[in-house]
Design a protein around this ligand. Sequence first.
Ligand SMILES: Nc1ncnc2c1ncn2[C@@H]1O[C@H](COP(=O)(O)OP(=O)(O)O)[C@@H](O)[C@H]1O
Ligand SMILES: [Mg+2]
Length: 468
Amino acid sequence: MKKSLFTKLMSTNFIVLLISYCLVAVFLSLWFNNYYYNQRIRALVNEGKNLNQVVEEYINGEVDEKSLKFELSVIDRFLGARIYVVDRYGVVFGYSGDEEDQVMGKQLTNVEIDEVRSGNIVINRGTFIERLSSPTLTVGIPIIINNQVQSGVFLHTSMDEIKDTVDKVYFIIWMAAFFAIIISAIILYYFSNRILIKPLGKINHTAKAIASGEFDKRVNLVSDDEIGDLALSFNYMADSLQNLERMRRDFISNVSHELRSPMTSINGFIVGILDGTIPQEKWSYYIEIVHGETKRLIRLINDLLDLGRLESGEFSLRIENFDINELIRERVIKFEDRIEKKEVEMDVTLVGNRLKVKGDRDRIDQVITNLLDNAIKFVPQNGEIKIRTEIKQDRVLVSVYNNGAGIPKEEIQYIWDRFHKVDKARTKGGGTGLGLSIARQIINQHNQNIWVESGEIGTKFIFTLGIV
Ligand SMILES: Nc1ncnc2c1ncn2[C@@H]1O[C@H](COP(=O)(O)OP(=O)(O)O)[C@@H](O)[C@H]1O
Ligand SMILES: [Mg+2]
């Protein structure tokens, strides 16, 4: 069975709690036991010593047996201890209890008597005299008169009585530990649930929802700890996923859209030819249009394949040294027809005669072709196009400028996106909106930069290349 984090957390904490509280309780009990016994012994010794005076007076005949008995019974009641007063030989001549006839005059022969006789205080746990079979705590104190041990006082209390008190305290200590454990466990339960389990559950729940396609789900959780950070990161990840998903959908719909218009027109013309709507003498005209559309389709497919390979990193550049000036001249010549048709004033300013750069010539060709194609496409009739190479530090800057309306400010950030066209109507039939994406991918793979400066006076695309 899978153990939940909650069970694991609770059981570890509970064991730690149990051990700590039990340890505390054991130490407390031991300490109290010790403390209580010492306290008792001290009280017995003190009271025993206080009896010195009355016993001395009794021996000297200054007080009678009744007064001695009275003194003894007061202390008996006060301490809950039986008191025996014995002479040097262990013969009892004073007793605090009622069974005087059984005790008075008897000789005690315990080892303690010898100890007391030699002037020491005796403390003993165990049976004192055979008559008291239950365990007792006994304190023996010598009575010293004129610097001589004349007799001894023995005080003893039943251990049962002491044990009762100690047991009561033990019970309180252990009950306190028990309730402390219960209360701690409840607090632990509440907080681990609140701080950890519930938020994790929320995140998990959302993760599952997103996995099943609900990309708009987010974790609603504010907390200034690691869980809060996790929730933030999670939501951030969800945003990216949603974005990716949207891009995927857009991409598919864009591709389908781009494919549909040429396909529809190709289909229309072929059907027209097949069913005779288009007369035979006009066939070549329409086949020419069909040819144009197929070329556009092929270009689109090639662009898509290029972009796919560039983005997945499958594509490896064939870096060589080539003359960028020569490449630019070749491309300008290639576009001569279109340039003349638009009566564009062409200004090509190149650094030096030959300018060697490092890069994949075919790919850079693609970039220049696209930039020039765009410039010609978007330059007004009788407009102006300027192509320039410059050297800045260890780089060559290639710029393609055309005058005209320029790209609206709010559109500039999007022109590098796949399929993005500022004015869909104007570029209809021409571009696919993939050219700049491909150009940027290529330049990025060269570890170089490409950017655009566009304003009312026109648009300038600039990219860099490494100089040899
Ligand atoms: N020189 C330019 N002048 C004005 N707008 C431009 C220029 N170059 C690019 N654009 C804008 O950027 C969009 C994307 O360009 P591109 O990716 O090459 O796609 P396409 O050329 O197929 O339209 C163009 O549709 C156009 O709106
Ligand atoms: Mg283009």
